[in-house]
Write a protein that binds this ligand. Structure first.
Ligand code: XLS
Ligand code: NI
Ligand code: NI
Length: 439
């Protein structure tokens, strides 16, 4: 078989001292952290759209890297792209990937063409999966690119768009089921509105819930045993997206009684766009039992859009990994690198380097999170901070055995005194200390 990345070797772990650009310095699959191998902590996933399709195009200029895979004929190019994808994933040691229907196919202007092309390419990918052992994390349908979705897909005011979206999800679910995906993601890029003066918000939300219910009904009837994920994002491309952030998506899931089948897929960059940290979003999902999967990327916060950088910030990744370690894991989820190269990072080697640095960042984040937990000072501080609820009247609050009259009587007897310090600077220092031990 043709080799697409002749200058990228199989990427191996060489340890922290290595200066080899094409080696892992921290991600060591077999290393045990908190009793589990790194490869069991992370199900690293390759995002097909950024890894194979994104060519560096931005609002101001054309692509800067070649994504033609040496082919001109559309179907042949889609197959060459798949061949290249599996070569790159194998070299990087990925066990999972994720894709949109349109990512893997040749351009398909009509729904009928898309259905046929998707079925063909699904079979083609399956051969690669069987041969390589690489598995599908989640599948999804792109319901934001085509003009038919300009007013929304499952929230469109127009039945034709709604039915088209249903058609795409049905076929993407078929592909996901055939490829054994453990998740199916809904990211609602066009599910929202531009202005209220032409929008019936309540109609659109009800219709979106009906759509999700039909997807569940179809998936379950056809053998999909995985989890459906909603991926929140506040804006971009739509001005006001309905799945603004984790809390908003959770309230939707609860209002429409979707908790049985749905969890969240949280993305770092989307958290920043919503004015949150990534760890905030993961915490909100975790405490609600709805942490499903993550899209690992990083926001360039000095610009206000979804820059999808490869993760590089160890401290913030550690705080996310802390949440994941404290949750029951993400059994149907993956750590999906929904990350793309910067436009000037345009040569063959960058295809590997972005992922290497992203995976190493998660490995460092995991190690730092494990240290924070093992060290225990932060957890202990938090526990003590709430200790006034562990005895006396505080305990009665937790046991629902008090009322406003009793709390008032208690409060009126209080002598005003300063409450303890929150010690934020001290706690930040602990993280720095753990992060930089040995420097
Ligand atoms: C876009 C989203 C998208 C989803 C999948 O901002 O992150 O890539 O992950 O549709
Ligand atoms: Ni994403
Ligand atoms: Ni995104």
């Amino acid at each position: 078989m043709k080799e697409y990345y002749p200058n990228i070797p199989k990427i191996e772990y060489e340890g922290a001292k290595s200066k080899n650009m094409l080696a892992f310095k921290h991600y060591n699959k077999d290393e045990v952290v908190l009793g589990k191998k790194m490869s069991d902590h992370f199900k690293f996933s390759f995002a097909y759209w950024h890894g194979m399709n994104y060519d560096g195009t931005d609002m101001f200029g054309v692509g800067t890297y070649d994504r033609t895979y040496g082919e001109t004929e559309a179907r042949t190019r889609a197959k060459a792209k798949a061949d290249a994808a599996f070569e790159l994933m194998s070299k990087l040691g990925f066990d999972y990937f994720c894709f949109h229907d349109v990512d893997i196919c040749e351009p398909s202007p009509t729904l009928r063409e898309l259905k046929d092309n998707l079925a063909y390419m699904t079979d083609y990918l399956k051969e690669h999966m069987d041969r390589s052992g690489i598995k599908l994390g989640w599948g999804t349908a792109n319901m934001f690119g085509a003009p038919r979705y300009k007013h929304g897909a499952a929230t469109s005011p127009y039945l034709d768009a709604y039915a088209s979206a249903a058609c795409q999800v049905k076929n993407a679910l078929d592909a996901t089921i055939k490829l054994g995906g453990t998740g199916y993601t809904f990211w609602g890029g066009r599910e929202g509105y531009e202005t209220l003066i032409n929008t019936d918000m309540s109609f659109e939300l009800d219709n979106l819930a009906r759509f999700y219910k039909m997807a569940v009904e179809y998936g379950r009837a056809n053998g999909f045993k995985g989890t459906f994920f909603i991926e929140p994002k506040p804006k971009e491309p739509t001005m006001h997206q309905y799945d603004f952030d984790a809390a908003t998506a959770i309230s939707f899931i609860q209002n429409y009684d979707l908790k049985q089948d749905f969890k969240l897929n949280l993305e770092g960059n989307h958290a920043s766009l919503a004015g949150h940290t990534f760890e905030h979003e993961v915490r909100v999902a975790r405490i609600n039992g709805l942490l499903g999967s993550i899209d690992a990327n990083h926001a360039e916060t000095l610009v206000g859009w979804d820059t999808d950088e490869f993760p590089k910030d160890v401290r913030s990744t550690a705080l996310v990994m802390y949440e994941i370690l404290k949750s029951d894991g993400m059994p149907d989820g993956v750590v999906n690198f929904d990350s793309k190269l910067r436009r000037p990072s345009s040569d063959e080697l960058d295809n590997a380097i972005g992922f290497i640095v992203g995976m190493d960042t998660y490995a460092l984040g995991l190690k730092l999170a494990a240290k924070i937990i093992e060290d225990g000072r932060i957890d202990k501080f938090i526990e003590e901070r709430y200790s006034s609820f562990q005895s006396g009247l505080g305990k009665k609050v937790l046991e629902d055995r008090t009322n406003f009259e009793e709390l008032e009587a208690y409060a009126l007897e209080l002598e005003e005194q300063a409450l303890p310090s929150g010690r934020q600077e001290y706690l930040n220092g602990i993280i720095n200390e753990l992060m930089c031990q040995g420097l």
